[in-house]
Design a protein. Structure first.
Length: 267
């Protein structure tokens, strides 16, 4: 079978792998708009989990609650057993628009999280240079964001998140602002980084193909108010040629199964 699917039943949406992030009974309303209802999820350490679902189902809201950027109306989030009450050093958020400082160089942008933490200049520059190299931007340390392509700016955002050495990386549609070639390349980099770094990634995307390609687990949310409708674990061997994966039968079957579940919500 191509996928392991767990139907909606909060008590069943747990995994034998150790959970680093635990979401319990999260509800969120914006005034009269009920965005999320009773979300119960565990996010396993060292895995990449995607949040996927129709537009407006609350994916970004859930990610921001985990980040501690906004509060929930009810429920709790814990990271390593500690309750989240705001942003924390063990979590790094990569924004859709990468939120770079236009007046600062690539090096300063990447080192900025460390600067906020009071890390000395020599040390933070050394760490930043290392991550700039890891995301393929060596030689661009002294450039400014406007001198870079969208794909390169995205890499700066990721390098910044990696350099603070957060255990959990929260990515809000990091590929939405770049072209298809950069998107593919970056997906491959993310798979490589995830296995090299043993970080936990929580990833919001609109794209079924992307979710299946990069994720260990996919959480499908129902239309607003967002609830967990299904958790899918694609059984895909990502060790070989990336282009082969896109033709892999398990990959194609999983994409199709998710599409069959989601298409009822598309007008
Ligand atoms: N600050 C806010 N004030 C009022 N309503 C909001 C606010 N932020 C989000 N919403 C509403 O809450 C719902 C969930 O929004 P959210 O951005 O989390 O969904 P999403 O699944 O990420 O959407 P998309 O896929 O379109 O980016 C939407 O109906 C949205 O309009």
């Amino acid at each position: 079978m191509a996928v392991t699917a767990v139907r909606e039943k909060p008590s069943a949406i747990h995994t034998s792998l150790e959970a680093i992030v635990e979401v319990k009974g999260i509800c969120k309303s914006y005034g009269n708009v009920e965005a999320l209802r009773d979300i119960n999820l565990d996010f396993p350490r060292g895995k990449l989990t995607s949040l996927l679902g129709p537009s407006g189902c609350g994916k970004t809201t859930l990610l921001k609650i985990i980040a501690g950027l906004i509060g929930a109306s009810a429920g709790s989030v814990t990271v390593d057993g500690k309750r989240v009450s705001g942003p924390g050093p063990e979590r790094a958020f990569v924004f859709q628009d990468f939120a770079l400082m236009p007046w600062a160089t690539v090096l300063r942008n990447v080192a900025f999280g460390l600067e906020l933490r009071g890390t000395g200049k020599a040390e933070r520059d050394e760490i930043a240079r290392r991550y700039i190299a890891q995301v393929g931007l060596s030689g661009f340390e002294d450039k400014y964001p406007h001198e870079l392509s969208g794909g390169m700016r995205q890499r700066v955002g990721l390098a910044r998140a990696l350099s603070v050495d957060a255990e959990v990386l929260l990515l809000d549609e990091p590929f939405s602002a770049v072209d298809e070639q950069n998107r593919r390349k970056f997906q491959e980099d993310l798979i490589r980084l995830r296995s090299a770094q043993n970080k936990t990634f929580i990833f919001v995307t609109h794209s079924i193909e992307e979710a299946v390609y990069i994720s260990d687990r996919i959480v499908l949310l129902s239309p607003r108010p967002g609830r967990v409708s299904q958790v899918i674990e694609p059984d895909i061997d990502r060790s070989g040629d990336p282009d082969r994966i896109h033709r892999d039968k398990h990959y194609l079957d999983t994409v199709e199964e998710i599409w069959q579940g989601l298409k009822q919500y598309v007008e």
